[in-house]
Design a protein. Structure first.
Lengths: 322, 395
């Protein structure tokens, strides 16, 4: 049975830059696909990064199967506009849209929310089509905007509602908001690392998500958690081993200086301790009902699909306790 | 593409030399790499050792950073860092350190007042719902306003050195193009075309299809808001274009330098690489590369590797040598094995980082490496510790 998080229809994944947001989005998608769910992984910041996590070559606006059951696409607001006009306005593609695309660039630049609504709208549309049996996604996982922009992205439908009082757009923001605010269907996952700034941003974001959006925060993934090297007794022994006499004896025994290796372990212990403090702070600052999922630091040469699989395994173990 | 390098004898060899010869340093890089802290540390070092008036403009400082600077907090207006903050760190600064935070909304409002032909127009723009969105939420406006604010401060002539921490952008190069894009935006024919119907009440033939479609999608009232917004904005057209071009010139000025900050993790490093290329393509001077959170060099030491491998393989045997020196001898083998394994684990990362580093370090004049700090920075002392790491010669 798939974990509850993956039983949703739509999961947005956000996080501060550099915390591994895309890795987690990719890993969640892989996990869902492994559970037999027909999954669409959608990358919003069209950098083409997400495809690397599946070793799948560049993705575009048309979903492509990259692993069994797993499809990937990258968002393209212009393609989304064309699709929208074609479907909703019954406009033939390209020909009459040429000047419109330029105009769109303009309106999108001046009227914030336009770009976002095309992005979020497309995603919610895929979900709605699936719910109503016209498309076949069991789950859509979105590698969404970073923490700084995610609220703007998720709140775009309301922002548009404030600006536009009549017209087709107005009618459509309604069902987009319905999909976003459905707690059974839709969830947000925030990825963080146990470091000061990412934790601060996560705490601030969880508040803003609650205040400014309709989306429910489903889980926080704490990525790159360092292993605990020693228990308390072991640590005492470790400290004794760092005394000059022991360091000298170790050198005799192994034939080379032991300081670098001991120093490396001390660094690992201190780093782990500093990070544990940040995890505690995170736990005590957010709603206790929101689960924290811990993903260990992956000491690996690779950063492609191999890493994604490792992270998916770790997430799987964590999710089974959810 | 082969990035150009200056002759060796002309190159700055340290961040200290680089900043001593510049008036503006723009610190950029992807999010989460320690950009803001690096900017503050460089500013603190410059104030402490180069002297003069140094300003650090940051985008969104953590409260801790404000505290580290000895400030309760700071806003759009520049604030002096109290000399006491340096004294507590045991440093007598030669110059002054100032700090300011970029408030996008406030800066936009100031800009409107500056460019608007009269107070009534300014008021109309400030009250337009579209403007409120543009100034408050619109991400790219953030990029532009950061560069615009830099220009304003620089032309004010108050500071010897201005260090700018750039906003986190979706695309790290966005802010470089922001002035140019802003100029294009306001000088575009499309803007005139868009505002023409409302102004003359004669619908331009070319704009008809657009309006028909736009009207069906967006509704008339929204279109009117757009038109009104642009019409009001047009009164400021000349001022804006001229200003945006001046900002662009300043970014290309030889008194300006760029500092790219990154870690050696895969994603940030790849973005830094991309950024270094982008700077070069646009003829922006890349002065330095600062690499943060780099694992210590001892992880690459061959002898240490042998020790770690030995500890993993023969922990019980090695343990005999030290059992008499510890209180709990049966714990020694697991501890030694853990020590060895931890070293080898981190070594995997360190080796990957080393390769990443040599790739990145090819182009910039100055490369500074900051080792992994195992604690966070809480005060000026911590900031200066970091500063010393990046300040010296790194050839």
């Amino acid at each position: 049975m798939a974990p509850p998080l993956l039983d949703r229809k739509l999961v947005f994944v956000t996080g501060k830059g550099g915390v591994g947001k895309s890795t987690i989005a990719a890993a969640l998608s892989v996990l869902a696909a492994q559970h037999g769910k027909r999954t669409l992984a959608c990358e919003i910041d069209a950098k083409g990064n997400l495809a690397d996590f599946f070793e799948a070559g560049p993705t575009d606006y048309t979903p492509r199967e990259v692993q069994p059951n797993l499809f990937a696409m990258s968002m393209d607001t212009e393609a989304s506009l064309q699709e929208y006009l074609r479907l909703q306005m019954r406009l033939p593609a390209i020909a009459r849209i040429g000047p419109l695309a330029r105009a769109f660039e303009f309106v999108a630049t001046a009227a914030p929310g336009v770009r976002e609504i095309l992005t979020v709208g497309k995603i919610c549309w895929e979900v709605r089509e699936s719910l109503e049996g016209r498309a076949a996604w069991d789950l859509v996982v979105v590698d969404a905007a970073a923490t700084g922009h995610i609220v703007g992205q998720l709140a775009a439908p309301q922002a548009i509602n404030e600006l536009v009082h009549v017209g087709l757009i107005r009618q459509q923001t309604g069902w987009v908001i319905d999909v976003l605010s459905n707690k059974e269907t839709t969830g947000l996952v925030v990825v963080t690392t146990p470091e000061e700034m990412p934790v601060n941003e996560t705490i601030e974001l969880s508040q803003r998500v609650e205040d400014e959006t309709d989306v429910v925060l489903s889980a926080i993934v704490v990525n790159r958690v360092l292993p605990e090297l020693f228990g308390r007794q072991e640590e005492e022994v470790f400290e004794e081993l760092r005394q000059p006499a022991a360091v000298g004896a170790l050198r005799e025994a192994v034939g080379n200086p032991a300081e670098p290796v001991l120093e490396a372990a001390r660094l690992a212990v201190t780093m782990r301790r500093t990070r544990a403090g940040h995890i505690e702070r995170l736990r005590s600052s957010i709603d206790p009902s929101i689960p924290l999922l811990y993903v260990p630091y992956v000491f690996m040469r690779a950063h492609g699909f191999r890493t994604t699989r490792q992270v998916a395994e770790a997430l799987s173990a964590e999710l089974s306790y959810e | 593409m082969t990035p150009k390098r200056r002759k060796d004898d002309e190159r700055a060899t340290s961040l200290e030399h680089l900043l001593a010869a510049k008036e503006i340093a723009i610190v950029c890089g992807s999010g989460g790499v320690g950009k803001t802290t690096t900017a503050a540390a460089a500013g603190a070092m410059a104030a402490a050792s180069l002297g003069g008036k140094v300003l650090v403009v940051t985008v969104d400082p953590a409260r801790r950073l404000a505290n580290a600077l000895g400030l309760e907090g700071f806003g759009n207006k520049e604030k002096p860092v109290p000399p006491d903050a340096f004294k507590q760190a045991g440093v007598e600064p030669r110059g002054e350190l100032w700090a300011a935070m970029l408030d996008t909304k406030e800066s936009w409002d100031a800009l409107i007042h500056l460019h608007a032909p009269d107070a009534a127009t300014a008021q109309r723009i400030l009250e337009n719902p579209l403007y409120q969105n543009v100034s408050g939420r619109f991400v790219q406006s953030h990029d532009y306003i950061a560069m615009e604010r830099l220009y304003e401060i620089h032309t004010g002539g108050e500071y010897d050195l201005i260090i700018v921490d750039t906003p986190p952008t979706r695309n790290a190069i966005d802010f470089l193009e922001a002035p140019e894009r802003m100029a294009d935006f306001f000088s575009s024919r499309f803007l005139r075309w868009l505002t023409a119907p409302a102004r003359s009440r004669v619908i331009n033939f070319a704009s008809r299809p657009f309006y028909q479609i736009a009207d069906r999608i967006l509704g008339t009232q929204f279109l009117q808001d757009i038109s009104e917004f642009f019409m009001n904005f047009q009164t400021m057209y000349d001022g804006f274009v001229e200003r945006a071009r001046a900002v662009d010139r300043l970014l290309h000025d030889r008194r300006t330098t760029f500092i790219v900050v990154s870690t050696l993790e895969h994603v940030p490093a790849r973005e830094a690489e991309f950024f270094i290329d982008a700077l070069d393509e646009r003829h922006f001077p890349l002065g330095a590369l600062v690499l943060n959170k780099v694992l210590p060099e001892y992880f690459l030491d061959d002898d240490a590797t042998l020790v770690a491998q030995r500890l993993c393989a023969d922990a019980p045997e090695v343990a005999h040598a030290v059992e008499s020196l510890v209180s709990n001898p049966q714990m020694v083998p697991p501890v030694l094995r853990e020590v060895g394994e931890s070293y080898l684990n981190f070594q995997v990362v360190a080796k990957r980082e080393q390769e990443q580093r040599s790739e990145l370090a090819k182009v910039p004049e100055v490369v500074a490496t900051v080792p992994y700090f195992d604690t966070d920075i809480y005060d000026m002392g911590g900031l200066l510790d970091l500063g010393f790491q990046i300040w010296g010669r790194h050839d």
